[in-house]
Design a protein around this ligand. Structure first.
Ligand SMILES: [Zn+2]
Length: 186
């Protein structure tokens, strides 16, 4: 990832970290501000900050494979991040996980690609104030896609913005998508 992308990520992260650390009292002479800056720097090469309504997708393309790595606040997926407190909330979680398990609900690649592997990382809700859901989906393609449509917008409408980082043999780029927009790869 280029310095340019990193500095853009930092700009996004710093205000969030200010909020996240705003009620941590300074200790050992380290101010909350310094902690916030340290934290934002430490994660400059990681996914974007945990901001409800936004999510991240890394798209890695090589000769024959496309790997999609998705990370989102659980709030976008379930509508909450606390442990389920009733049957209705439990049902929402079960339904959402079922949707995530079938990437046809999430991504449509216009090449000729077959899903090879799928890994979901689902948080244990309620352990921390905020939780992320992530998944990695790897496709083998006899013809690489030029566009990826995103039915995930309709599946999880609480997600409004998606930051897409693409790494392909032709180079790297970042897209900032809004609800309904596809990923144009070329
Ligand atoms: Zn959250």
């Amino acid at each position: 990832m280029s310095q340019f992308l990193c500095s853009k990520h930092l700009l996004v992260k710093v205000p969030y970290m200010f909020i996240a650390f705003s009620d941590i009292r300074p200790f050992h002479g380290i101010s909350a501000l310094a902690l916030a800056l340290l934290a934002s720097g430490a994660f400059a090469h990681e996914h974007g900050a945990h901001v409800h309504g936004t999510a991240d997708l890394d798209v890695a393309i090589d000769e024959k494979t496309v790997t999609l790595s998705f990370t989102s606040p659980a709030d976008n997926i379930y509508g909450f991040e606390h442990a389920s407190t009733n049957a209705a909330e439990s049902a929402v979680v079960v339904h959402a996980i079922a949707a995530l398990r079938d990437p046809a609900n999430l991504f449509t690649l216009n090449g000729n690609c077959q899903l090879q592997t799928r890994t979901l990382n689902l948080p244990e809700l309620g352990k921390t104030e905020h939780s992320d859901v992530s998944g990695e989906f790897s496709y083998y393609c006899t013809k690489l896609p030029t566009q990826i449509d995103l039915p995930i917008w309709g599946m999880f409408p609480r997600m409004h913005n998606l930051t897409v980082d693409i790494a392909a043999p032709s180079g790297q780029k970042e897209l900032r998508l809004q609800s309904g927009q596809p990923i144009i790869l070329k």
